[in-house]
Design a protein around this ligand. Structure first.
Ligand SMILES: Cc1cc2nc3c(=O)[nH]c(=O)nc-3n(C[C@H](O)[C@H](O)[C@H](O)COP(=O)(O)OP(=O)(O)OC[C@H]3O[C@@H](n4cnc5c(N)ncnc54)[C@H](O)[C@@H]3O)c2cc1C
Length: 491
């Protein structure tokens, strides 16, 4: 380990201490450093991680990286441009391109953070500047997570105001009156060292140990799992698209290419506890639904047996109401990974934070706390849309009742109508339409379209039956959607 990663000065009072250098930590640290703040960022392992999370970034995340002047982090990592999604349902396919740039607000450029063209991508082996900068549609990107993280971390390391520390944060330090004043870090060769800062950011991610500093009941719920595999040299049915494979008798399967040679497949299992024999499950319940062209690479991956299971967690955000503390990223808020929205929410949080707090004096802790309470409400439009969409779509796509299966089929047929029936829903997925009201309108448009299909199928003589079914479908839609939306907006 490089000595420079362990010799952070504990006699300094930092403006900010950041715990965790996953996706969000480096962005917070870099933004604050560019605003002139003295930052300490602590990460337990700076070497490139090997994880199956955070591999497809929606356009909303790319836009946030632009606002932060960090978008070149998607360069030179063999990243795959993503132009939209393809949804497969019982042998049919519908293509859903990302929305037009002209339909979204302009990307804000944050003062002091954006300079020298750092809000624009470079040309490299896989990324075309002309496509990202001059194309008329929003663009997403997929990559090997660890390579992207390396790029983010290298940008952070270049900031003069940032001190990087390798160590395991073991405690959030508190004063006698329970205000957060820093972090205790276990450092190889130095033991446990106390560092002090005006504000401590908890960005310790999915398995956060310190999110409970906000409240002991700030704990995620787990309802389902993904089992991931790497498909090598796969023949992708729809190039540069995320694939969602649906069907009335299996859970959703996600497929997206993450490098020239590697494609990620995530197979949903609709329970927290996975089957004991994953190979047998893959062959019996997943393989029959895999598109023909993907079968050889899928079969090879199953034979190899390198399965990477991951629990899917849901955690609505809480207000940051502890003096000196800001919990952010997955430590604060998680949603179902089906819609690949985690990095987008976290990065949009960093953008909002920089806009609101970047020019404030962090030693004025009372003002910062007041602003953090506002921050909680100001982030709701974008986080609630992405979070509720992920949960509602997962309920439909992993349908385990007849009414949900009807809604799933209705949703697919709604997409097949094209036009606004695709353009608006995809803008929620892309993370570029922060409007819970519009999301509600579209969700119930899908429900009513499903009911309409029922009436059409039943015909005149089946009207009473269709009416009954329609009521049940509507009740199911309300139950799937409304509690989560209310929870997100009111919480
Ligand atoms: C199966 C799955 C698939 C996903 N796919 C996508 C996707 O395609 N697109 C998307 O946008 N999102 C996806 N997500 C969500 C995404 O991964 C997260 O939103 C994102 O990683 C959150 O970033 P973060 O920085 O908050 O946390 P993390 O990325 O988890 O980073 C936390 C960091 O903190 C460090 N750390 C933890 N504890 C300590 C400690 N005590 N001391 C020091 N360091 C510590 C860790 O080493 C790590 O580097 C997925 C999630 C799952 C579960």
């Amino acid at each position: 380990m490089s000595n420079s990663l362990t010799n952070a000065d504990e006699s300094v009072t930092y403006d900010a201490i950041v715990i965790g250098a996953g996706v969000i930590g480096p962005c917070i640290a870099t933004g604050l450093a560019r605003k002139g703040k003295k930052v300490l960022i602590v990460e337990r392992e700076w070497a490139q991680p090997d994880r199956i999370v955070g591999e497809l970034m929606q356009p909303g995340g790319v836009r946030a990286l632009r606002s932060l002047g960090m978008v070149k982090s998607i360069n030179h990592i063999d990243a795959i441009p993503v132009t939209g999604y393809s949804v497969f349902y019982d042998g049919q396919e519908v293509s859903i391109p990302y929305p037009y740039k002209a339909d979204s607000a302009a990307v804000p450029k944050i003062k002091d953070l954006v300079f020298d063209g750092n809000d624009q991508v470079d040309d490299d082996e896989t990324i075309r500047r002309s496509v990202y900068e001059d194309g008329e549609r929003e663009m997403g990107v997929a990559f090997v997570h660890g390579r992207f993280l390396n790029n983010l971390r290298n940008i952070t390391k270049r900031e003069a105001n940032v001190t990087c520390l390798q160590g395991d944060c073991v405690q959030v330090l508190k004063s006698d009156n329970n205000e957060v004043i820093g972090a205790k870090v276990q450092i190889e060769g130095r033991g446990k060292v106390d560092f002090h800062g005006h504000i401590t950011f908890v960005c310790d991610g999915i398995f956060s140990h310190f999110r409970s500093e906000l409240s002991p009941d700030h704990v995620p719920s787990i309802g389902s799992s993904f089992v991931g595999m790497s498909l090598m040299n796969a023949d992708i049915p729809a190039k540069n698209h995320g694939h969602v494979i649906l069907g009335h008798d299996h859970s959703p399967i996600l497929v997206y290419q993450i490098s020239d040679t590697e494609t990620r497949i995530l197979c949903a299992y609709n329970a927290e506890k996975l089957p004991r024999d994953l190979k047998a499950w893959m062959i019996k319940d997943v393989q029959p639904h895999i598109p023909e062209s993907l079968r050889p690479s899928f079969d090879a991956a199953v034979a190899q047996g390198k399965f990477k299971p991951m629990a899917n967690k849901y955690l609505p955000a809480r207000a940051n109401d502890v003096m000196g503390l800001c919990v952010i990223g997955d430590a604060l808020n998680m949603r179902h990974p089906l819609t690949g929205g985690g990095m987008t929410v976290g990065l949009q949080d960093v953008v909002l934070f920089m806009q609101k707090f970047g020019d404030l004096d962090f030693s004025d802790r009372a003002t910062i706390l007041d602003e953090l309470l506002d921050f909680h409400y100001e982030r709701k439009p974008y986080d609630s849309v992405i979070n509720v969409l992920s949960i509602a779509l997962y309920s439909l796509f992993a349908a385990d009742t007849n009414n949900l299966k009807e809604l799933q089929r209705g949703c697919f047929k709604y997409f097949q109508r094209g036009g606004d029936c695709v353009e608006t829903p995809v803008s929620f997925l892309a993370g570029v339409k922060p409007s819970p009201f519009e999301l509600t309108r579209v969700f119930f448009a899908v429900a009513f379209y499903t009911i309409y299909l029922k009436f059409e199928e039943r015909g005149f003589l089946g009207l009473p039956m269709a009416l009954l079914e329609g009521i049940m479908i509507l009740i199911t839609a309300i139950r799937v959607f409304t509690p989560f939306l209310m929870g997100e907006l009111m919480g």
